[in-house]
Write a protein that binds this ligand. Structure first.
Ligand code: AP5
Ligand code: MG
Length: 220
């Protein structure tokens, strides 16, 4: 049976950091709508230019742009076994569109990463991304071995424009208004588990793994 794991959580709660680890542990592909948009912006596609203004302002990209892009990606062969969603769904229409697409033969699990607003601002302020491969670092919590250089591929590190403090505050506001209601939506379907996202990345990962893959420990 194929499996879709959804990582819910505020901006900066650690979805991307944990999704990379989960993808390694489960062999499911990591699908991040934020990364897909950033790749479109980098390669200067029309979709990228339509999304950029929303992203830089901390607003959500309109549903129709997100849905076309996401469903195109998860239609690829590597997603037949399932996939890990990071940053999707983020609105009620997106959740409903996903449900309509997944038939009953797909197992869905939703993990809600919980982190205080204070920690989120600190995480966003120090985040560094690789321009080449997108690997996530942090000035204090996950510092690169060589300043300004990606540990994974040697590419240059940069700060996301939407990690400026005023944009982070707007992203948090948008999250509370448009995405937080999805917690209830998935709770009512008995699909959601809350995961404490405040510990170290290793601690969070251990909790997450037992939530989304309860048999993982037995497999070693
Ligand atoms: P997106 O890229 O998805 O951003 P986000 O949801 O705001 O989440 P972030 O990527 O900021 O945080 P994260 O939870 O992945 O945390 P990370 O692991 O990096 O979306 C960007 C924009 O695209 C949106 O604002 C919107 O405009 C648009 N968009 C995307 N999807 C959309 C959709 N479905 N609908 C509409 N619009 C959409 O961690 C953050 C930092 O903390 C890192 O530096 C990391 O090293 C550090 N860190 C992580 N875990 C820990 C830990 N346990 N302890 C200490 N530090 C940690
Ligand atoms: Mg992310």
């Amino acid at each position: 049976m194929s499996k879709v794991i959804i990582l819910l959580g505020a901006p900066g709660s650690g979805k991307g950091t944990q999704a990379v680890r989960l993808a390694e542990a489960t062999a499911l592909p990591h699908v991040s709508t934020g990364d897909l948009f950033r790749a479109n912006i980098k390669s200067q596609t029309e979709l990228g230019s339509r999304a950029k203004g929303y992203m830089d302002a901390g607003e959500l990209v309109p549903d129709e742009l997100v849905l076309d892009m996401l469903f195109d990606r998860v239609g690829h062969e590597d997603c037949r076994i399932g996939y890990i969603l990071d940053g999707f769904p983020r609105t009620m229409p997106q959740a409903e569109a996903l449900d309509a697409r997944l038939d009953g033969s797909v197992e869905q699990r939703v993990a809600n990463l919980q982190v205080s607003d204070e920690a989120i601002v600190e995480r966003a302020a120090g985040r560094l991304l690789c321009k080449e491969c997108g690997a996530i670092h942090h000035r204090t919590f996950a510092p690169p071995k060589v300043e300004g250089v990606c540990d994974a591929c040697g590419g240059p590190l940069y700060q996301r424009p939407d990690d400026a403090p005023d944009v982070v505050r707007e992203r948090l506001r948008v999250y509370t208004e448009q995405t937080a209601p999805l917690v209830r939506y998935y709770e009512e379907r008995n699909l959601l588990t809350h995961v404490d996202g405040s510990g170290s990345p290793d601690e969070v990962f251990r909790n997450l793994l037992t939530t989304v893959q309860p048999d993982a420990e037995a497999q070693g």
